[in-house]
Ligand binder design. Sequence first.
Ligand code: IPD
Ligand code: CA
Ligand code: CA
Length: 259
Amino acid sequence: MLKTTLIEAAQAGAAEILRYFHGEFRIDNKEGVNNLVTEADHASEKAILSVIRSAYPDHQILAEESGAHEQSHAYKWIIDPIDGTVNFAHRIPLNAVSIAIEKNGEVIMGVVYNPHINELFFAEKGEGAFLNDKPIRVSTETRAIKACLVTGFPYTYIDQPNGPLDVFARFVKKGVPVRRLGSAAIDLCWVAAGRFDGFFEHKLEPWDSAAGMLMVQEAGGTVTNHQGETFSIYEHPLLASNGHIHEELVGVINNTRTL
Ligand code: IPD
Ligand code: CA
Ligand code: CA
């Protein structure tokens, strides 16, 4: 069963996260001075891949650290072995395994598991979103000015009109709380659970967004690009919200409306 394998894979990755988190690990740099990868990222990915490959050897894989294993198959597993690696490297317990399954280009199932606080988020297309098996819903806030938001910044700053700092400043200058947790997958799940009313980021990759996107949608929320159009996990800018404040957030992000 897909779901069983998905959860087992997340648990296998999470076991590696916990093992290294409480011990020693090597840290290397990817592109950019603070774009890190640790021994634990590789170990988690290896454990996840081994679970998936033994159940579904012919499925496609897109994994952050080892790349794409393309084969002609309807199913594709999209894997972030540790989302929140900088947090992990600094022993901040806000990081998670994130795995999504696409079928013919549509995300149909996802899991995000933060083992440090034992929160396992699961969503299935058309079947809802769950935190540790209990159904979750987005918040009911209807005014962006009253919202509690979360965002993230890329490792290399994007200097563009309405870039990450411009948008961040627009909200903060109006007194809107905008948190920055350091894990996009967790940010999205916390929108799904109603803890945050909205999340935006300018430069996400499919492994950051796929599982969390489904989580928000299945919890009754909305996910689009920054223009308010249909979001594809293969494009970078993402906006997620409880739906009620979505249009307002699109306006503020594009600087076409003020709070
Ligand atoms: C990062 C985190 C972070 C986000 C970055 C991502 P990583 O993923 O999700 O919150 O701001 O854009 O790259 O590198 O920790 O897997
Ligand atoms: Ca990530
Ligand atoms: Ca990662």
